[in-house]
Structures are given as structure tokens and as C-alpha cells.
Design a protein around this ligand. Structure first.
Ligand code: OGA
Ligand code: CA
Ligand code: FE2
Length: 494
């Protein structure tokens, strides 16, 4: 890295130095002085080269030193978002800067198909298989016993399950008005290939979901026909055709015609089960097992969302989605809202890990699909091609890169975020896109254990401080590894 820059400089300097040397002495005329004079000029040339060499070495050392100190001064990308603070290089290191040395362990995938033995409960060794690297995804058969599956389903029934998605949420169409965009501006934003026409996939890429209703290319064609929107019937909307539609025209058309549950993003029922002190032993055991599996500090698992138990009836589905939101500077995590300094316009779930448990074996369908797992690239626009929407788990699960069959007792888990390279949570892993395929026969029961971590380290630390109600000096415990958990004795390669 350094050498290619240094050697051309060296050569240039050498050339110019040689050019300024005095002309060679007249060796042939002064023969008795010949060796003397010639050796002096030889000596001078050697000295010049020697100096250049020394200068080069010094320059090289300075270059290396300068580069290193520049790296140290660069503020870390996850530095606190409070803009009023001095850059980190200008501040004396605070306690929380030292705390950042804490590294979140991340289970290694090695390669797809790799199996590692894990010790999660006494007297049993589980096998954990790597299913994909993008996202980092694992499968652990027999994670729960039959009995545990039964207890979790019964506890959920006892508590009562509610519809995962309400039929219609009103008021979203106002957003477009609030944004104050003209029809021309909206048209231009939607027209990805800028050909002056809106193709079906251009509309769907941006507005696949409106008011919780999932649009398919077929729906869109029906809407065009119903509203006589596509006057020249070429399957495309021109700006003139688009201008005649109101913002909520599609929505109103669908609502008037009546929306079925199968047209929603998610068609299931769910409930939440607390896993803290006093909870059913099975739920507490499960939490402990998840802590061992993920190797995370127990405080992080303890402070995460409760267990979500989901039931899909025959015909149920969940279209492909991310469990967690992207990381923007203005984004706040729902779970650390308490610790946010200001109210932020965007709030999202920050679910570092999803652990999904299959509580029964499904008779038909109901796989968990990962449409773009281990794809070479992730491109939002190419998720819909030729009217095939890879996110549609009612129609296109067979085109997903990876599908996990629901088997009673099996757990799968994956990371929704990448590492930031320094032991904390980094960017969202877009490849973690997944969904529940339509259940064709029987019912499907699953449970989700999400582990919430704020990608903003300071906010997570502040939140843990707040909830633990401990004086500042004791709070570090919250993020420390529990002493009984050491990854090396948990995971052993096969
Ligand atoms: C979820 C989910 C997948 C499935 O509940 O968030 O993605 O297979 N479920 O049910
Ligand atoms: Ca277009
Ligand atoms: Fe999900």
C-alpha cells in the first residue's frame, strides 16, 4: 500500500539529483590524478544516493505515522448522535468510551451446511447447522421438547390470541399530502427507469403495502380496469393517466370492494408471554437456553421483548419483511425510547437476533422463506420481475432461495444486523428478509424470541442504566458477559 507511492517519488528525486551533479572531471587529460578525482565523483554519487535513501526512509516513517494517527482521530461511526458534542478525538475519553470495548459475541457460520455441537441444557448436546451466511442463519433441531411445545401453545391459548393485523388502518393517505408532493413529483419518483410511464413493478416497489393491504400485479390490473385508469389499455400509466387518480384512489377502490384477510400483509393471530421471574418454568428455561445459544449477556436477553406466540390457520401467511428497521441517524429504537434524548420522527424495532421456534409440524406449506438468502446482491427493485414478486409468500415461496420446513421443536435463529466490525451492532442485514409461506393444510404454531439491542451503543447503555436503577458505577454489569458463559465451551465443531 505504501510502496507504490514511495518508489515513484524516490525515482523522480534520484533523477533530478543526478541531473544537478557537476560535469564529470576530465579524467583522460589529468592522468596522474585520474583515480583520485574519479573516486571523489564516485563518492559524491554514492553520498547523494545514500541521502536520498535516508530521506525516503524518513518519508516512509512519517507517512506510516501520519496514516495511523489519522485512523485514530476518525470519529467512530456509532458515535453518539448528539451533535453538540465535540468530535471524540477532542474529548477526554469518558467511561462509556471504555465500556465500548465490550464485544457482542457472534456465532460463526463457517460455511453453509457446517454443523457445530452446542451445549444448551445438561445431559444433551444439540447440533446446530448453518443454513446461510447472508443472513447468518442457523437451525437447531430438538431445541424444545414435545412437552415444552405443548406448554407454550397452551399458555398462549390460555392468555388468548389477537389478530396480528387489524383489517384497515386509516389515515395513511394523509402522509402524501403532508409531504406536499405534486402528482408530477410523485410520478417522477415512482418512474424508476425514467421512461415517462409507470410499469406495474414500479408502482409495487414503492406501494406494495398501503394501509396494511398487500397489492399484487393482478390486484393492480383489476384496479386499473375498475377505475378505468389505464385509458389506452397498454398496462402502463402515463403522467396524464396518473394525474387523474387521487392519492387514495387504489385504497378506496379496494375498500369498497371489500378486503379479505388473505389480502393483508399478515394473516395470523398472536399473543405475548412474559418470561421473567414468576413466569412458567418452561418459559424461563427457554429464555436461559436462548441466552446460551446466542452467547449474549443475560441482561440483554432479560430486557428484550417477551415471547411472541403466533398461530396461523389454514390459508394464513406472512409476506416477506424485515423484523428490524434500518439504521439511520434519526432512527430511535422502540425498546430504548426511554433513553432517547429527543423525540425522533422515526421509531423502529431494533431486533438484533430473531430466534424462531416451531411448536408443531405443519401438514402442508407454512415454511419460513428467505427469498434472497446468500444472494450475490440485494436489489430492492429486482425483487419484482415480470410480475413475480419474491416477497409474496402466498404465491412465490417456491422461488425463494431458502425455505425452512416447520418441524416441531426445531429452532432457527438469525442476525438481523451485521457487526460493525468492532463488536457492536452495525448496519441492518438486508438479506434477512423472510416470511411465512401460506399454510395449505392444518395450522401452524411458532414463537418468536427477539433480542433487542440498540445499534447506538450509548443509547443502549443509558437504557440499561435507567432500567436497572443502579448508580452509574455499577451499571457496567449490565453489558458484561455472565461468567458462566464462555463461547469456547459451548460450541464445538463437528
Ligand atoms: C414473524 C415471522 C415466520 C414464520 O413472525 O415475524 O417472520 O414462518 N414468521 O411464521
Ligand atoms: Ca417507467
Ligand atoms: Fe419475521
Amino acid at each position: 500500500m505504501i510502496e507504490p507511492q514511495e518508489s515513484p517519488d524516490g525515482e523522480d528525486t534520484t533523477a533530478s539529483a543526478t541531473a544537478t551533479l557537476p560535469p564529470p572531471p576530465p579524467c583522460e587529460r589529468l592522468s596522474w590524478h585520474k583515480t583520485n578525482i574519479c573516486s571523489r565523483s564516485y563518492f559524491m554519487v554514492v553520498m547523494v544516493f545514500f541521502h536520498i535513501y535516508i530521506i525516503n526512509v524518513i518519508a516512509l516513517l512519517l507517512y506510516v505515522h501520519y496514516n495511523n494517527s489519522q485512523g485514530d482521530a476518525t470519529p467512530r461511526p456509532d458515535a453518539p448522535s448528539s451533535d453538540h458534542q465535540l468530535p471524540e478525538s477532542h474529548r477526554p475519553p469518558s467511561r462509556s468510551d471504555f465500556l465500548r470495548d465490550i464485544s457482542l459475541p457472534r456465532v460463526e457460520g463457517i460455511r453453509v451446511g457446517h454443523v457445530q455441537k452446542v451445549s444448551l441444557v445438561p445431559d444433551k448436546v444439540h447440533e446446530m447447522r448453518t443454513l446461510s451466511l447472508k443472513p447468518l442463519l442457523f437451525e437447531i433441531p430438538e431445541f424444545l421438547s414435545e412437552e415444552e411445545c405443548r406448554v407454550v401453545m397452551q399458555l398462549a391459548q390460555l392468555k388468548g390470541l389477537m389478530e396480528s393485523q387489524l383489517m384497515v388502518q386509516e389515515g395513511q393517505e394523509e402522509l402524501v399530502e403532508e409531504l406536499n408532493l405534486s402528482p408530477e413529483e410523485i410520478f417522477n419518483l415512482l418512474d424508476i427507469n425514467q421512461d415517462g410511464q409507470l410499469q406495474l413493478h414500479e408502482i409495487l416497489t414503492h406501494s406494495r403495502v398501503r394501509d396494511g393491504i398487500w397489492l399484487t400485479p393482478e390486484n393492480l390490473r383489476e384496479i386499473y380496469a375498475g377505475l378505468k385508469a389505464d385509458k389506452d389499455d397498454n398496462g402502463l400509466l402515463s403522467l396524464e393517466e396518473f394525474r387523474l387518480l387521487s392519492n387514495d384512489a387504489f385504497q378506496r377502490f379496494l375498500l369498497q370492494r371489500g378486503v379479505k384477510r388473505s389480502q393483508l400483509v399478515r394473516n395470523s393471530r398472536h399473543t405475548w408471554l412474559y418470561q421473567g421471574k414468576g413466569a412458567h418454568q418452561v418459559l424461563q428455561d427457554l429464555k436461559k437456553r436462548v441466552t446460551r445459544l446466542t452467547q449474549l449477556p443475560s441482561a440483554l436477553v432479560d430486557l428484550s421483548e417477551p415471547l411472541q406466540v403466533v398461530r396461523y390457520e389454514q390459508g394464513g401467511h406472512y409476506h416477506a419483511h424485515h423484523d428490524s428497521g434500518p439504521v439511520y441517524p434519526e432512527t430511535a429504537c422502540t425498546h430504548t425510547r426511554l433513553a432517547a434524548n429527543t423525540s425522533t420522527p422515526f421509531e423502529t424495532s431494533c431486533r438484533y437476533i430473531t430466534v424462531l421456534f416451531y411448536l408443531n409440524s405443519v401438514e402442508g406449506g407454512g415454511e419460513t422463506a428467505f427469498p434472497v438468502a446468500d444472494n450475490r446482491t440485494y436489489d430492492e427493485v429486482s425483487l419484482i420481475q415480470n410480475d413475480v414478486d419474491l416477497l409474496d409468500t402466498r404465491k412465490n415461496c417456491d422461488k425463494s432461495n431458502l425455505r425452512v420446513k416447520p418441524t416441531k421443536g426445531t429452532a432457527v435463529f438469525w442476525y438481523n444486523y451485521l457487526s460493525d466490525g468492532r463488536g457492536w451492532v452495525g448496519e441492518q442485514d438486508e438479506y434477512s428478509l423472510h416470511g411465512g409461506c401460506v399454510v395449505t393444510h392444518g395450522t401452524k404454531w411458532v414463537a418468536n424470541k427477539w433480542i433487542n439491542i440498540d445499534p447506538d451503543y450509548q443509547r443502549q447503555a443509558r437504557y440499561q442504566q435507567l432500567v436497572s436503577q443502579q448508580p452509574e458505577d455499577e451499571d457496567d454489569e449490565g453489558l458484561k458477559m455472565s461468567p458462566d458463559l464462555h463461547s469456547s465451551d459451548l460450541h464445538q465443531d463437528l
